[in-house]
Ligand binder design. Sequence first.
Ligand SMILES: NC(=O)c1ccc[n+]([C@@H]2O[C@H](COP(=O)([O-])OP(=O)(O)OC[C@H]3O[C@@H](n4cnc5c(N)ncnc54)[C@H](OP(=O)(O)O)[C@@H]3O)[C@@H](O)[C@H]2O)c1
Length: 432
Amino acid sequence: MSSAVKTLNVGMLGCGVVGSSVARLLKEDSGDFAERSGAHLTLVKVAVRDLSIEREHVPKTLLTDDALSVVNDPTIDIVIEVMGGIEPARQLILNAIKNGKSIITANKALLALHGAELFEAADKNQVDLYYEAAVGGAIPILRPMRESIVGDHVHRVMGIVNGTTNYILTKMDEEGRAFDEVLKEAQKLGFAESDPTADIEGHDAAAKAAILAGLAFHSRVTSSDVYCEGISKISARDVAVARDMNHVIKLLAIAELTDKDQVSVRVHPTLISRQHPLASVRNAFNAVFVEAESAGELMFYGRGAGGAPTASAILGDLIAIARNKTRGGEGHGESDYADLSIAPIDDVMSRYLIRLDVADKPGVLATVAQLFASHNVSIETVRQSGRGDSAELIVATHSAPESALKKTVAALAKSDVVKSVESVLRIEGNSK
Ligand SMILES: NC(=O)c1ccc[n+]([C@@H]2O[C@H](COP(=O)([O-])OP(=O)(O)OC[C@H]3O[C@@H](n4cnc5c(N)ncnc54)[C@H](OP(=O)(O)O)[C@@H]3O)[C@@H](O)[C@H]2O)c1
């Protein structure tokens, strides 16, 4: 490398799980990074809340509890935001952009809420805003969508984008255990937070679904556009029934273009066939499956979280930005020209699996079938198993709109022959 090589100063907001790995890799691999990017990348300031905590890879002299001093420092070229949360992260990033700094963030919650504002500010100030780590941790998925397949028409993106829920569902499937028991174990092993709500209720996956949908369909999609159901109601029986059908239950983030050219974006537990590539994604791993007109099917797989995997994606962004700065030019901005509307969940078509506890007497099946037919929901298969004076009916439907299914379920719940509607789950894929 030439001796006239540039130095680019890097500031970081946050030094927790992800930030400390970024600091470590910047220290350990600085020589390689300089060769790869054409610039010496030097960490010069790191904002944290608690200055008294020892940070193994960051000298005390670099630490500050004044995050504004990082984004206002005229010597800093690039700011890495790994503090998380909405405020003050949003305002700090906007300030840094106004001050001409390029940004890297791993903050999916912020991007899914305020992406439009941040991308517009970056565009206006001609700086880069990169965020590969925000979806799928180490998995390169956003840059391939922004660059490699941007010349194609994406029809659908389906992802397992939350490691905690995938770990829990894998254990339920493989070991036949109950949700609460596996959640407790996941918390003990560090796969789930002490407050697991954002993961198990699907909010974390919803933020990622919004980001993926926006990129796939060149439209602005925010987390409030995402229909979201978590996995906390999934029972061991649901998992066993799926297994009997040669399916597995996964929490899927699905973004697709409807027949009316609207964007349908949703997160919910879904039965997928064991033959589907996503069915083999086990434990805390993540994967994103993309269906595009010319490319066909693509799958991206890897570690969706953790300090080092997430830092890998951040350093990829850092080197990409450094290359832009040393060779001139900017990275690719976001495009939202398509301006598509969001499909209401009631219009979304899906197949369903409905599990009913019914009275075990003659005529029940006919009554249940009639309730489905009267709401134009066509039955694909029915299985019945006796349990004393009760029976379990497992009904799989052909594709039907969500609104019709909801009416059917409401009618079933009121029917004299149905003791309870035990569960309603969506099935991915077309009927055979
Ligand atoms: N962890 C993962 O595997 C993962 C994966 C992908 C994306 N992400 C995203 O990466 C971001 C960081 O996650 P993390 O797991 O590294 O979080 P974390 O371990 O909680 O670390 C947060 C860091 O930010 C600092 N901080 C928080 N608020 C601050 C404030 N107001 N001023 C100054 N510093 C502040 C904290 O300081 P103290 O240390 O002093 O408390 C801490 O160092 C989040 O947006 C998250 O969604 C994380």
